[in-house]
Write a protein of this length. Structure first.
Lengths: 295, 505
């Protein structure tokens, strides 16, 4: 087998590598270069890449924009809350499925379904729910919970509206990963634990959780990256009104709110955004990987 | 292999991959910069149309042109809001459009890139003459010296009213006098009228009002039509462009005579917006306190800006079903009303939007308060421009098409009948079935028009109107109940001025 891979490694890997290079790596490198120029989307100020070179100007201007800083903080706040809520909900759903008996397939499908809806469609559905259903349900004539009314008309409330929506969408998918992880834990570990007198909580804490760490790594990574890069739902729900732009939307707006469109500036923002996502993602994988144990 | 040599082996391989990628990248990069104009093979020239309103009609018209000339023309249409990015992609591709649409906001980009042909240098003498005939106030330019495009059409907006509603409020013989006197009326008279109509809707009776000094008494009984009214204005609180851009444009008209003047404004000029903007806020206060809802007045608060209860469509619906006396909209709303209620189409007309300005607030030469308050903004929303970066043959053919469209009998017919557009060089021979178009033509022939300086506000109108003025109003004033004070008017104006100055460059 090893010989097979050795011999066929390049023929098998090459198509993927070429595609990756052509649609990800090369554009990324070009983008990196453009972030140091006065690029306007269809042309460079002064005529060519080299004449429009502005050094670190675009980067220096990033943090002078309060909109960008606000979007950055908003994105980090949202991600911190959403990652916890999504992972915990997904884990609870997965554990609950253990008790679902014969209907486990049906439940799994239902929980997974929201994930099939596109972000924009989902956003508009939830916009209606937040604006009308929630406002009626939790309004003065209903359960009187003002925090849950008109959630899309306030910076903080909208943060939680996004969390609710993203949890509904992503938890089912993450649940599937946890279910697979749970199924891989050998039953005899639990039997041994039970014989030693470990109760339900202790078995979860000392057997399930450590054995589930590989799944936790994946789930955390996917939710982290997904939440940091969230765009469609943000556009559909508020489109940035009430200072609710997250980073992706803010970067898109940079070219709309400048004329001629300042693509160089937006590109520099995108590079900063990439570095941020990369650092957070890698740090998380590094930390959770260390906690993984072998059976 | 020992560990060291294996590492070196991988290192070498890694560098091979990196080198390959860089070579590929460099070749792509050089490709971007030097994409030469190449003659297209499957069409003679290409029109990128950034206006959806005439998308289908343009296809038909181009078909006719193809039959007449034997040429093959590629047409691609896309709506105004999404078209900018797509147009940029097309301009970067090897199949560049020969004719593209742009406007007073987008022109700086194409002028700087060199992709737009100054029609003063057009190779076709007929097109050059046509461009020279475009009235100076309607020309597409960066700083007033160039002439970059041929206007698509003229659009305008104001307070749309169903004259039958006026008839039922004030009596049949009073309808035409009312419309004439309304146009000439002062803001204070307008304000009194609005309050009185509000009282009449609520109580069925109101004292008579004066317009242009003449008295108008309300009908003693509500009719079937007037009993539908729930408010004076059909407002769309969820749509920042309706108040940020278009009402904001009213205030800008007091200081800037055109979009080009607004674009090149100094800080001192922007400061002069303070008074007109505060007076605009007072006007918007009046509008929003008299807003119509589906079953009664629509009050300011969360539902006033809710996109399911206060969208553009909802506001058009409210007006079309007779719940509001006025809707502040443009002639583009006509097809939407036609879908909802064809009965009111023949009796629609435009009345001017008024602001409580004083002469000292107005900085535009020759503009008086009286003139301001009797005029409606009319402007060119889009222009046809020639791409200087396609082959000379394509440029030549594109110019011939524009000449045909704007000067030939068939072309003129296409603009008026197929596109349903008001030609930029309209005269009194042009008549539409569309009453709103006819109303705009009348204002234009009378010379009672204002301009579109909002298209010269920061980011070519793409930023300030909605994201500064619109956001302040929507997120801090329309969304809460309670009265606005004179201080509120000043605050709205001050922050809107500051928001403009923050992004001046």
């Amino acid at each position: 087998m090893r010989g097979y891979y050795k011999k066929w490694f390049w023929p098998l890997a090459l198509p993927g590598l070429i595609l990756f290079a052509a649609v990800v790596l090369v554009p990324f490198l070009i983008g990196l270069l453009y972030s140091f120029t006065a690029w306007r989307g269809t042309y460079f100020v002064g005529g060519s890449v080299w004449t429009s070179f502005v050094g670190l100007d675009n980067y220096a201007r990033i943090f002078q924009s309060w909109q960008f800083v606000h979007a950055l903080v908003y994105t980090l706040k949202f991600t911190a809350i959403a990652v916890v809520v999504v992972s915990v909900s997904a884990l609870l759903l997965a554990l609950m499925l253990d008790f679902a008996g014969k209907r486990v397939g049906a439940f799994r499908t239902v929980f997974f379904l929201p994930n099939l809806l596109g972000g924009l469609a989902l956003g508009f559905v939830w916009q209606f729910i937040f604006q009308n259903v929630f406002t009626l349900l939790f309004g003065e004539n209903g359960l009187n919970l003002p925090f849950l009314t008109n959630m899309t008309q306030d910076t903080t409330k909208n943060l939680f509206a996004l969390v609710i929506m993203v949890t509904w969408q992503m938890a089912g998918y993450m649940m599937i990963i946890f279910v697979a992880g749970l199924n891989n834990i050998p039953r005899d570990l639990y039997e041994a634990g039970a014989l030693d007198g470990a109760g339900g909580w202790k078995r979860f804490r000392y057997i399930t959780l450590p054995m589930l760490m590989p799944s936790v790594t994946i789930v955390l990574f996917l939710t982290l990256a997904g939440c940091l890069k969230l765009l469609d739902q943000n556009v559909a729900l508020t489109n940035g009104s009430f200072n609710t732009s997250m980073l992706s939307l803010q970067i898109l707006r940079t070219v709309r709110y400048t004329q001629p469109p300042d693509y160089g500036q937006a590109q520099a923002q995108a590079v900063v955004f990439f570095v941020l996502v990369a650092i957070i993602g890698l740090a998380q994988v590094y930390i959770t990987k260390k906690k993984e144990v072998d059976a | 292999m020992n560990v060291n040599s294996r590492n070196r082996h991988y290192a070498r391989k890694k560098w091979t991959v990196v080198a390959a990628v860089l070579t590929l990248g460099a070749s792509l990069l050089s490709g971007c910069g030097s994409r030469e104009a190449k003659a297209p093979t499957d069409y003679d020239f290409y029109i990128f149309n950034g206006k959806t309103e005439n998308a289908e009609a343009l296809d038909k018209v181009v078909d006719r042109y193809e039959q007449e000339t034997g040429l093959t023309v590629k047409v691609f249409s896309l709506g105004t809001t999404d078209s900018a990015e797509t147009l940029r992609a097309e301009m970067n591709s090897s199949g560049k459009p020969a004719i593209f649409s742009t406007n007073i906001g987008g022109v700086t980009e194409w002028a700087e890139s060199g992709a737009i042909l100054d029609l003063n240098d057009a190779s076709d003498p007929e097109l050059k003459a046509l461009a020279e005939d475009v009235p100076e106030a309607l020309r597409l330019s960066v700083d007033g010296t160039q002439n970059y495009g041929i206007p698509y059409n003229i659009e305008g907006y104001g307070l749309i009213v169903d004259t039958r509603m006026v008839r039922d409020l004030f009596g049949d013989d009073q309808t035409q006098p009312f419309l004439d006197d309304f146009q000439a009326a002062t803001y204070d008279e307008f304000e009194t009228l609005v309050n009185a109509v509000g009282d009449y809707i609520a109580a069925g009776t109101a004292p008579s009002v004066k317009l242009n000094g003449r008295s108008y008494a309300f009908a003693s009984r509500k009719t079937e039509l007037t009993s539908r009214l729930t408010g004076v204005f059909a407002e769309a609180g969820a749509e920042k462009w309706t108040y940020g851009d278009h009402m904001g444009n009213m205030a800008l008209n007091a200081v800037f005579g055109s979009a080009v003047v607004a674009r090149t404004a100094t800080e001192e000029q922007v400061d002069e917006l303070q008074a007109p903007l505060a007076k605009l806020a007072r006007t918007l206060d009046l509008y929003s306190t008299h807003a119509a809802g589906p079953d009664g007045p629509m009050e300011r608060g969360p539902s006033y800006i809710n996109s399911t209860t206060a969208s553009y469509d909802v506001s058009v619906q409210l007006f079309s079903s007779g719940k509001a006396l006025f809707i502040k909209q443009g002639n583009w709303v006509y097809p939407n009303i036609a879908k909802l209620n064809t009965d009111i189409l023949p009796t629609l007309t435009f009345l001017p939007i008024k602001l409580p300005l004083e002469q000292s607030d107005i900085q535009v030469d020759g503009l008086t308060v009286e003139k301001f308050n009797r005029s409606v903004p009319e402007f060119v929303p889009s222009y046809y421009a020639i791409n200087a970066k396609v082959t000379p043959r394509e440029q030549e053919l594109a110019q011939q098409f524009l000449v045909w469209l704007n000067t030939s009998e068939k072309g003129r017919q296409a603009i008026v009948e197929d596109f349903q557009f008001i030609p930029y060089n309209v005269d009194d021979t042009v008549k539409f079935d569309n009453a709103l178009n006819n109303s705009l033509i009348q204002y234009k022939l009378d010379g009672d028009t204002l301009s579109n300086p909002f298209n010269g506000s920061p980011a070519g109108g793409g930023y300030w109107g909605q994201e500064v003025l619109g956001s302040i109003l929507q997120e801090r004033y329309y969304n809460r109940a309670g009265a606005w004070t004179a201080d509120d008017y000043e605050t709205i104006a001050r922050e809107a001025v500051q928001g403009w100055k923050d992004v001046m460059y």
